[in-house]
Write a protein that binds this ligand. Structure first.
Ligand code: ZN
Length: 120
């Protein structure tokens, strides 16, 4: 796959409910383990969130099945997976970076969509 297609494809897969495929693709691209994926947040969370990442078992949890198709949340949580692997198992204060990482994918997706529309 051409590198410039990578980000749009990841977003497309998530939007179409192929979230596990998207995570497999992401993991392959960044050379990390494929994170687990589950619906339902771990108990005892104080903060209400759409998703969270648990480094202990390398699992991305999402609030409900709608969120499974939300590229922003999935890619944001994947960023935590990346960062945890790179450093140690501590969830770091990288929320802004995770948002930036996810937005970059969405931007590339929008660009690809716009380009496709121009051709047809
Ligand atoms: Zn986060």
């Amino acid at each position: 796959m051409a590198q410039d297609n990578f980000k749009p494809v990841v977003v497309w897969l998530i939007l179409n409910g192929k979230t596990e495929e998207a995570l497999t693709l992401l993991a392959k691209n960044y050379k990390v383990n494929v994170p687990g994926l589950r619906v339902g947040l771990p108990k005892g969370r104080k903060i209400k969130a759409s998703g969270c990442y648990t480094a202990r078992n390398e699992t991305i949890s999402v609030l409900n099945s709608d969120i499974l198709a939300n590229p922003f949340v999935i890619i944001h949580e994947f960023y935590h997976h990346l960062r945890c692997k790179a450093v140690d198992k501590i969830h770091r204060g990288t929320e802004k970076n995770a948002d930036r990482f996810a937005l970059e994918f969405l931007r590339e997706y929008e660009k690809a969509v716009t380009k496709a529309q121009r051709v047809t």
